[in-house]
Design a protein around this ligand. Structure first.
Ligand code: ZN
Length: 357
């Protein structure tokens, strides 16, 4: 296993990108780079190649040379970072940084690192002397599996250790069952499998899963907070199916909220009394969230109010608009996912506890 960058490489970058190369690590040196495959444990055939060679269109990183008058991003990259969850990778060279849009596969712009203009660049870097040639390793990623063609290559699916268990994998009958992630900011969505219960009865893992089977409403995970049992149904680098998507009058999907880099957990329990769950029970959920955050860059944060289930209908402003959803990154509940979603789960769960370090 490769444990450190090759000689002369000042940094490397691990990128799960839209080419379906979820296992690739990139090493940059001078005007060339190599692409290393963590599963095959070797350098991909044909590398190193030029960062950008005008004689070979569409190879490498097109647009890097033209991004600045001196073409520096094709000859000298000091560092790169791609963990910000906003769909961009940031490359640094000298006193400039280049923003690269992964989803659209294009250069957005090259800009001074700290141009001392409010709201631009990386404020504070200049005062600390980091506005020129910062270097360092990153091993963070942003992206998904390509689901077209379907089925995809199973070796790039991300499952927690021990998952999936027999008969717990969600069936796939078409690419639209679990869509390729869109590249929007990463977020987690919490659900409860029950709402009120009449009379108030604790739902069961088995009951929840049989309902997912019937309705094809699979989450990534179902967790029983009382027994600690966790089942994973879908890899966390493609969409689950537990929230409603935005559709037009003809029922065509306009926006797949499920595919918006959204990792979904169904908690076995009722939304109406989720505020009463013990710290032991919450720790089961928190442990799963931590495992997810170790693998995909969902920030450990939530700026959302988790309302009691019976307060949701009276506070429609607590649900995100589509614009708010598109910008959101962190943890929210099904009660925050934009209309046509109208569910109230997971109720007033103690989100501060779940997100505490
Ligand atoms: Zn839900």
């Amino acid at each position: 296993m490769l444990t450190e960058p090759p000689t002369g490489c000042k940094f490397y970058m691990h990128l799960l990108d839209y080419q379906g190369v979820g296992t690739k690590v990139y090493f940059f040196k001078g005007h060339r780079y190599i692409r290393y495959d963590r599963i095959d444990n070797g350098i991909d055939t044909g590398f190193p190649i030029d960062i950008e060679n005008p004689a070979i269109p569409n190879q490498g990183w097109p647009g890097f040379r033209a991004a600045t008058p001196d073409g520096r991003f094709a000859t000298k990259i000091d560092a790169a970072i791609n963990n910000l969850g906003d769909g961009s990778v940031y490359f640094f060279s000298g006193d400039q940084y280049l923003e690269y849009d992964i989803k659209d596969d294009r250069v957005v712009a090259a800009t001074p690192i700290d141009p001392q203009i409010p709201g631009r660049g990386w404020p504070g870097f200049k005062n600390l002397g980091f506005d020129r040639s910062p270097t360092g390793p990153t091993d963070l990623y942003l992206g998904d599996i390509r689901t077209d063609p379907f089925p995809w290559d199973p070796k790039i699916e991300i499952w927690l250790p021990g998952e999936p268990k027999p008969n717990m994998k969600a069936p796939f009958s078409s690419p639209t069952d679990s869509r390729q992630f869109t590249g929007r900011p990463w977020r987690g969505v919490l659900h409860t499998t029950g709402m009120n219960g009449t009379p108030l009865q604790e739902p069961s893992m088995e009951g929840a899963i049989s309902e997912f089977r019937v309705k094809n409403r699979w989450p990534h995970f179902t967790v029983d907070r009382r027994t600690g049992i966790i089942n994973q149904h879908i890899p966390i680098n493609i969409g689950a199916r537990s929230v409603r998507n935005l559709t037009d009058n003809n029922n065509n999907v306009v926006q797949s909220f499920n595919a918006d880099n959204c990792v979904q957990i169904e908690i076995v329990g009722n939304a109406i009394n989720s505020n009463t769950w013990s710290s032991d029970e919450l720790n089961v959920i928190k442990g799963l969230m931590n495992e997810i955050m170790n693998r995909v860059p969902i920030p450990r944060q939530s700026d959302r109010t988790f309302l009691a289930a019976d307060q949701v209908a009276a506070n429609p402003g607590n649900r995100m608009s589509v614009d708010e959803w598109n910008e959101f990154s962190g943890w929210c509940g099904h009660q925050h996912v934009p209309s046509p979603n109208d569910h109230r789960d997971p109720g007033a769960i103690d989100i501060s506890f779940l997100l505490s370090p």
